[in-house]
Design a protein. Structure first.
Length: 263
């Protein structure tokens, strides 16, 4: 974790206005694309992968932008109030306000879904040139539906629908994961697996085959839906969901360097 205090950016309008914490490394190379990190659910911008990527960006002379969603890390808000719509709004706002020129969007787990949604939103706004490429690590596309709701036992579904939330023990935190009715219902507005996915840019997917949260079959299904744009999938036979080991990070760094040089 960095000892420096992060900067803050205000997103939204009352009553949904919130201060989003972020860190930005300015580029040393003028024409190279920058990097934007989108973390996973319950993760933050000071995670192992994000911090390692910051050091790699410094080595390569690339700009690097990372932030915490509302209800995460150092940003305002509570996890219970979070939805895909809110977190996507924050990602788009900070990309537009705090980066310049083409960017490589790096999304981990839920951040992979948000990276795809951000790329689509920028294309629809005729800002597709802002995205030079996507690097997705164990992308949890449509996770609220395909990886959560469809797997939940009936008592958990009932708690979400009747009580408004369901909590479960987290494998990554002392605090439980919280899944709300608002998160599930809002997620259905952003599902991508119903058709082909057009990114408008090259996409690289890194996926562990021992991932218990996002099965590698899910990554295969994603790549099959990436129509018309270059896409590659690297399966890591002994890789788990985090993909934070030194050998995993080396694969990530190599993908970043290749895409940055191509861009």
């Amino acid at each position: 974790m960095s000892n420096e205090e992060p900067s803050a950016f205000t997103v939204g309008t009352p009553p949904n206005r919130r201060r989003i914490a972020f860190r930005r490394r300015r580029p040393a190379r003028a024409k190279a694309p920058g990097l934007v990190w989108l973390c996973g659910y319950r993760s933050d911008m000071d995670s192992t992968k994000a911090s390692a990527l910051d050091a790699e960006a410094a080595r390569l002379g690339l700009g690097f932008l990372r932030f915490d969603y509302s209800g995460h890390g150092r940003s305002e808000g509570t996890l219970e109030d979070g939805t895909i719509s809110l977190w996507l709004e924050e990602a788009l706002a900070i990309i537009r306000a705090e980066s310049k020129g083409p960017q490589i969007l790096l999304g981990s787990s839920m951040g992979g879904w948000l990276a795809l949604l951000a790329a689509r939103a920028l294309q629809q706004a005729r800002e597709g040139g802002r995205v030079a490429g996507l690097i997705l690590i164990a992308p949890a596309v449509d996770f609220t539906e395909a990886l959560l709701w469809e797997r939940l036992p009936e008592d958990a579904r009932r708690a979400i629908m009747e009580e408004g939330a369901w909590r479960r023990r987290s494998a990554y935190s002392d605090e439980p994961d919280v899944f709300t009715r608002a998160l599930i219902e809002d997620g259905r507005k952003h599902l991508l697996f119903g058709g082909m996915i057009r990114t408008g840019c090259p996409t690289v997917v890194l996926q562990g085959m021992r991932d218990e949260d996002v099965p590698y079959a899910h990554a295969l299904a994603l790549v099959q839906r990436l129509g018309g744009d270059p896409a590659t999938l690297t399966l890591i036979k002994d890789g788990d969901h985090r993909l934070s080991r030194p050998q995993d990070l080396e694969l990530l760094f190599a993908a970043v360097e290749r895409m940055a040089e191509a861009g």
